[in-house]
Design a protein around this ligand. Structure first.
Ligand code: PRP
Length: 195
């Protein structure tokens, strides 16, 4: 089974490709937001990995905050009905805000969150997403800073999970979820491989 899964998994984005793209996005954000003291907002849990690397690569004065949400729906597919479990600490009214997401799939989660945050009257509200699975989009959302246009495959690593595992992979793997469902530990050998 392990062998079959390893053959069924493919490195979609290597660690160096991710880090290079993150630095490019951080440079763009640093240019665009110089002197504007933005608040970068991450949605737990998956967005935290990307946000952490992104802010380390920015060169501007900025603040970070987190939201925790729960989607009513299946474990692997959001239905766009979102409950806020932990709200922002900061008052974003009158401030420039960048939502930082690991992946935008249907866009339903982000669309809901954008409308919630818009109602707090930030000075501006933009989106930075590492992966844009644009082919799956249901709710249109404008992604100002996009890392990669992601194919319509199940992906894990760099914050993205399967049943809470594999967020600590340094690369992003494309996998068959059915095979992982049968053997949830099948990708463990990837955790200590060069990424
Ligand atoms: C992912 C991602 C987005 C959402 C996108 O979170 O971080 O919040 O799915 O999906 P959508 O565009 O179809 O709405 P997930 O629900 O996997 O939770 P996690 O970050 O805790 O892993």
């Amino acid at each position: 089974m392990l062998r079959a899964m390893e053959e069924g998994a493919r490195v979609l984005y290597r660690e160096d490709a991710i880090q290079h793209r993150v630095r490019e996005l951080a440079a763009e954000i640093s240019r665009d937001y110089a002197g504007r003291d933005p608040i970068l907002v991450s949605v737990l849990k998956g967005g935290a990995w990307f946000l952490s690397d992104l802010i380390k690569a920015t060169t501007i004065n900025c603040r970070v905050d987190f939201m925790s949400i729960s989607s009513y729906g299946g474990a692997e597919e959001s239905m766009g009905v979102v409950r806020i479990l932990q709200d922002l600490d900061l008052d974003i009214g009158g401030h420039h805000v960048i939502m930082v997401e690991d992946i935008v799939d249907t866009g339903l989660t982000l669309s809901y969150l954008l409308s919630t945050l818009s109602s707090r009257e930030p000075a501006s509200l933009a989106v930075c997403a590492l992966l844009d699975k644009s082919v799956r989009r249901i709710a249109p959302v404008e992604i100002r800073y996009r890392g990669f246009d992601c194919p319509d495959r199940f992906v894990v690593g760099y914050g993205l999970d399967h049943d809470e595992r594999y967020r600590n992979l340094r690369c992003i793997l494309q996998v068959e979820p059915e095979e992982l469902g049968r053997d949830p530990l099948a990708l463990v050998p990837y955790l200590d491989r060069p990424a």
